[in-house]
Design a protein around this ligand. Structure first.
Ligand code: FAD
Length: 442
């Protein structure tokens, strides 16, 4: 066990996982060094500038139950009510289905929302309510994991109910198609979002970009607390020593007490492969499959807007639409999000954008052409969240090499909260801090 005064951990990767670990350590007065290979922080959740317009690497949304992410944003100087547009739970598949949670305590708000949902028969609404009540009785815990398709079949959720409610929810939460997705992980999200307090199910849409929202503020916080954050400074090798660890970056060697590898899964596998004793964890990482997310940004004339800040489309290529004018005062800027694998992957970027433009015209009568569009295709956006997936633990076989990242072990699918929780766990493994019951050590 290291004395606290001798701790000088390094973090590889300045995404949400790495920066969460760094903030957690810096808050305890531990000097941390963050190495980020890109020119900016944020990783998959980073700001992207296009034609002087601030975009993100993909439209993201947070849920009210992402408590640790929201706590850390505040810790580094953010203001949740100013930084986000907060919407009460609502799902709207334009013209086909809508559900809005009333101001009632959880889970009553959801049950009433389901009973009053538009676009489902009375029988379907009752089936959805019974399903939620059964999940509650089961404490949202399955005795053995299965696919979401199988879970829905066991609980007699009809095709229409699945298409309008459960499938859009599952794809949005797990970025994995229902026939491949882990029912247990979906239930973990439903348990935390729908079952505790009403605010947990709120949807939070950021008004600022994802680099500014947390990682940039986190970097300032880390430096105020004696740490360093290096950009454009990728780590090329991890070399364990008798005492501590050496990192090689730009042909220089740096010595640390610990390293938290918070790079994406493929990079983590590459860095860990040469390190003796880590064969099993490398094999676990390499076994993960991935799923894409495409975001199509379209800049229309300023007067163009949608009926709501966020809404879905039923049986269209565009799954969710975001009106950035209503969210972040970026008038005329719309974003269409297409999660998980699908036929859209066969289209060129130009064809995909034209498809989205045609759908916007057919659904909302938008006849103007956008001034520009930008397609951001993240082909390996998240791991494929399959049943019984063996995800690598944060603690590796070597006590001073730890793993953070949305793909590491945890209750959550690949999300900002999953990434942040993994970073916090790594920090606490280093400091030997007592367990926080809200953040189980995996
Ligand atoms: C398009 C899209 C939409 C999404 N939507 C949502 C959403 O709505 N809600 C939600 O909660 N989640 C969403 N996610 C998932 C979320 O973005 C990720 O779970 C989260 O950002 C992962 O963070 P991370 O820190 O684990 O990894 P990353 O963000 O991948 O961070 C890893 C960092 O390591 C750096 N790095 C790589 N190699 C090296 C090296 N050799 N040395 C140093 N640094 C290195 C990278 O540049 C990167 O900054 C979305 C993801 C995508 C791609």
């Amino acid at each position: 066990m290291w004395e606290k005064s001798a701790l000088n951990p390094a973090i590889i990767g300045g995404g949400y996982a790495g920066m969460a670990a760094a903030v957690e350590l810096a808050a305890q007065g531990i000097p941390v060094t963050v190495f980020e290979s890109a020119r900016q922080l944020g990783g998959r959740a980073r700001g992207v500038l296009h034609n002087d317009t601030q975009l993100d690497n993909g439209q993201h949304l947070l849920l009210g139950c992402y408590r640790e992410t929201l706590r850390l944003i505040e810790q580094v100087g953010g203001d949740i009510e100013q930084d986000f547009l907060r919407l009460p739970l609502q799902l709207d598949l334009h013209g086909h289905f809508s559900l809005k949670a009333p101001r009632l305590p959880a889970p009553l708000h959801l049950l009433v929302a389901l009973l009053k949902a538009h676009g489902l028969t009375w029988n379907e609404r009752m089936k959805a309510v019974r399903f939620m009540l059964t999940l509650r009785r089961m404490n949202f815990r399955l005795s053995s994991d299965m696919t979401v398709t199988d879970l829905l079949a066991v609980h007699k959720q009809d095709a229409d109910l699945t298409f309008k409610l459960w499938e859009p929810l599952c794809i949005a939460a797990l970025n994995t198609p229902v026939h491949k997705a882990s029912a247990q992980v979906l239930l973990n999200v439903l348990r935390d979002a729908l079952n505790r307090t009403r605010a947990d199910s709120d949807m939070l849409l950021p008004r600022i970009d994802f680099t500014a929202l947390f990682p940039q503020r986190a970097a300032a916080f880390i430096e105020q607390n004696g740490g360093k954050v290096y950009l454009s400074c990728g780590v090329d090798a991890i070399v364990p020593k008798d005492e501590g660890i050496e990192l090689v970056s730009a042909n220089e060697t740096h010595a640390f007490s610990h390293v938290i590898c918070a790079a994406p899964a493929t990079v983590a596998a590459k860095l860990l492969r040469p390190v003796a004793g880590l064969t099993d964890v490398v094999a676990q990482i390499e076994a993960l499959d991935h799923q894409p997310i495409y975001t199509v940004y379209l800049q229309y004339p300023a007067h163009v807007s949608l009926p709501h800040p966020m809404l879905g489309l039923h049986r269209r290529i565009s799954q969710w639409l975001f009106d950035k004018g209503q969210i972040a005062d970026q008038k005329g800027l719309l974003a269409a999000v297409i999660s998980a694998e699908g036929i859209h992957q066969e289209l060129s970027q130009e064809q995909l954008a034209q498809k989205v433009i045609a759908e916007l015209s057919e659904e909302f009568g938008i006849t103007e052409q956008p001034e520009w569009f930008r397609v951001i295709a993240e082909k390996r956006a998240t791991f494929c969240c399959a049943p019984d997936l063996q995800r690598p633990a944060q603690q590796t076989a070597l006590s001073n090499i730890l793993l953070a990242g949305d793909y590491t072990a945890g209750d959550y699918p690949a999300t900002l909260e999953g990434a942040v929780l993994s970073g916090i766990r790594c920090a606490r493994l280093i400091t030997g801090q007592r367990r926080d019951p809200a953040i189980p050590v995996i």
